[in-house]
Design a protein around this ligand. Structure first.
Ligand SMILES: CC(=O)N[C@@H](CCCN)C(=O)O
Ligand SMILES: NC(=O)OP(=O)(O)O
Length: 315
């Protein structure tokens, strides 16, 4: 079964095939998903993911139903063997099997708790759906991975530069008012290296990615000095939680890690959005011609149509 949970479950040729299809079919309307139905299951908020999936499915002639877990749909337990006497009336073990009888694809968003790193790093909710679903599962951002975002990121780089191989790409930590997940930086780092980019992680001490991700990034430099950003082709700005003080708001002493035009130099700017203006990145960066984040958001629509077709063995 072709799930799409983490890009590193696929080889480079498959990822390239999806990107090539997405670039060639951008804007194309078809009936490729006629008579197919996709469940969009949200445990957490979204602007881009829910809308771009709904529109993309419609452009392919398919149907989607959006469920908000705990708000209109039952709240779902996902841990094995628990006595369900709390606030969660249904288990993923049952919900995933039932929804698989109605839908051709189950797509799930569930962020980490940011309380216990060991539990988050096991990615329990998406793994529960993988275990019990009998149709393909697409990850709309789990505790550890956001593969659809990473594919849109790589499509943006490929469109801008005509290639991904050999480009100098920095994953640049930014300040934030609260701790954020590592899913976006994890998947960006993995996909960028899979597609031949020369990746540098630029972050304060203690802000590494989880061990199970770093283990798949051999040879990637981690640098604690933003001076290297100006030498890059692409700067990918993102805040994420410290591993040493897991789930704690970033300390005020790192507020000057905000990305400015001076630090960006001539690099192209990417961000998954949403962005906290003048906390993570200045208005001047976002209003500059170097900002490719809106193309990046558009590319979610194009690449997700190709991911759906891949998961259903249509391409
Ligand atoms: C602000 C916030 O909660 N960001 C989330 C979502 C990012 C895009 N889906 C994060 O950092 O993972
Ligand atoms: N980038 C992204 O996934 O956006 P949403 O959280 O708005 O879906």
């Amino acid at each position: 079964m072709r799930h799409f949970i983490d890009t590193s479950e696929y080889d480079r040729a498959t990822l390239e095939h999806i990107l090539t299809h997405a670039l060639a079919h951008r804007g194309v309307r078809s009936q490729a998903l006629a008579r197919r139905a996709v469940a969009l299951i949200f445990f957490d908020s979204s602007l881009r993911t829910r809308t771009s999936f709904a529109v993309g499915i419609a452009q392919l002639g398919g149907t989607c139903v959006t469920l908000e877990v705990g708000r209109g749909a039952w709240n779902l337990e996902y841990l094995e063997g628990v006595v369900m006497d709390g606030d969660k009336p249904e288990h993923v073990a049952d919900a995933a099997r039932v929804l698989s009888r109605y839908f051709d694809v189950l797509a799930i968003r569930c962020f980490p708790s940011l309380k216990r790193a060991d539990e988050d790093h096991a990615d329990p909710v998406i793994e529960a759906f993988r275990r019990y679903a009998t149709v393909p599962v697409i990850n709309l951002e789990s505790a550890l991975y956001h593969p659809c975002q990473a594919m849109a990121d790589m499509l943006t780089i490929r469109e801008r530069f005509g290639r991904t191989d050999g480009l100098r790409v920095a994953l640049a930590w930014t300040p934030h008012v609260k701790a954020l997940p590592t899913a976006v930086p994890n998947s960006f780092a993995l996909a960028a290296t899979q597609l031949g980019c020369r990746l540098t992680i630029v972050a304060p001490p203690g802000f590494l990615l989880p061990d199970k991700v770093m283990a798949r990034l051999p040879g990637v430099d981690v640098i604690h000095d933003q001076a290297v950003l100006a030498d890059q082709d692409v700067v990918y700005a993102k805040s994420w939680t410290s591993l040493e003080d897991y789930g704690a708001s970033p300390p005020a002493c790192y507020r000057d890690w905000i990305l400015t035009p001076e630090k960006l130099g001539r690099a192209r700017f990417l961000h998954c959005l949403p962005v906290r203006r003048n906390v993570e990145v200045t208005d001047a960066v976002l209003e500059s011609i170097q900002n490719d984040a809106y193309d990046e958001a558009e590319h979610r629509l194009h690449v997700q149509k190709s991911i759906l077709l891949h998961c259903l063995n249509i391409i």
